[in-house]
Design a protein around this ligand. Structure first.
Ligand code: KG4
Ligand code: ZN
Length: 341
């Protein structure tokens, strides 16, 4: 590492992964350690916030030590600490924030509070070394469905968002209804490969107001109604067909709105981000639609789509370069909006 290099230790604990990473100059990931709580929450069919916080407390030091060791650095080599401070589960966020503040104070290191969604978007800077704003990004996670114009580093305009459920939330709820359990997205993705996506026609919701806004709660209800109807009529339910048809409805709407924005705004580069961006059908559909328009599609590998700390390190680097610093009053902000500080 040269003297000009900026080495960031990043921490992420907003939901159900305890993660730490060492990232140099925003794009070079030296370590990316993730301790997943899936096995714990599976027992309850979803994330239990109280258990998530306790597990974060149990794992956080271990994950940070491993991140430093894997990167072959010590805290003396670190230039700044980046940490997710919102949005997310308040008790979960607090664990990372308290840890980051403690390290920042003990080692006199600059502290940078990072927006979780900004982290998801920034995963693209790691995956595509030449990617620079401006570009458009579809952020699809368990808590968010945002169509965002990335005007510059740290400068965002949300042009569309969900009015109700997030895309990942719809995947999780439908997976539970068809007995696939938690976490729903990857299970539906897998089951759908064996199914016929034309088997059942589920609605593609249109919402009034912004043409780029989404709504997924009607689709979720349509799936539940379909399942109840089958049960009442004593008809067998094909889990792969329901999974594939539901997934197709989500993917069609996401792709259609994204391409509408591409056509209207004339973006030459489009990026995907968030857990649902690891969905194989969404990636294939977006690739096809972008290729047809000569638009470059950027998408991080699945490990950088779902929650991780490397993406927080990437976002923190660009904040660091712009002189953004948090102080020891930094607190968890569960409902933090993109672009807010
Ligand atoms: O970004 P993320 O890890 O956490 C949040 O910030 O919410 O996203 C988690 C969401 C969950 O709803 C999960 O079911 C969904 O991403 N997900 C997927 C896939 N992998 C994760 N959804 C569809 N297909 C996948 N392969
Ligand atoms: Zn996330």
């Amino acid at each position: 590492m040269s003297r000009e290099d900026v080495t960031i230790l990043a921490i992420e604990s907003s939901c159900d992964e305890t993660a730490a990473a060492v990232v140099v100059n925003g794009r070079d990931v030296r370590s990316n350690i993730i301790s997943s709580q899936i096995a714990l929450h599976t027992l309850y069919g979803g994330v239990v916030p109280e258990l998530a916080s306790r597990k974060h407390m149990e794992k956080i030091n271990q994950v940070i030590t491993e991140a430093l060791e894997t990167a072959d650095v010590t805290l003396d080599d670190i230039d700044a600490i980046g940490v997710t401070y919102g949005p997310g589960l308040v008790g979960a966020l607090l664990v990372g924030v308290a840890e980051a503040k403690a390290i920042s104070w003990a080692k006199s290191l600059p502290l940078i509070g990072v927006h979780h969604i900004e982290g998801h978007i920034s995963a693209n800077y790691i995956a595509h070394k030449d990617l620079e704003p401006p570009f458009a990004c579809l952020v699809v996670s368990g808590g968010h469905t945002h169509l965002v114009v990335v005007k510059d580093y740290g400068s965002y305009e949300i042009i569309g968002k969900t009015r109700d459920d997030a895309a990942g939330e719809a995947f999780d709820k439908v997976a539970r209804a068809i007995g696939l359990g938690y976490p729903g997205g990857p299970k539906i993705d897998r089951a759908a490969r064996e199914g016929n996506d034309q088997a059942i026609h589920f609605p593609r919701a249109k919402v009034g107001g912004s043409v780029y806004d989404f709504s997924f709660s009607g689709l979720k209800s349509a799936v539940l109604n379909y399942l109840n109807g089958c049960r009442m009529k004593g008809e067998e339910i094909s889990v792969p067909d329901v999974a594939a048809s539901f997934q197709k409805a989500v993917v069609d709407v996401l792709t259609e709105h994204a391409m509408h924005a591409v056509d209207e705004y004339g973006f030459k580069t489009f990026a995907l981000a968030g857990g649902v961006a690891s969905n194989t059908a969404l990636r294939a559909s977006m690739e096809k639609a972008c290729a047809a328009r000569g638009v470059r599609l950027c998408c991080p590998p699945p490990v950088l789509c779902t929650d991780n700390a490397a993406m927080i390190g990437a976002a923190a680097y660009y904040d660091y370069q712009r002189g953004i610093r948090s102080d020891l009053t930094l607190n968890a902000v569960p409902g933090l909006k993109l672009g807010e500080r």
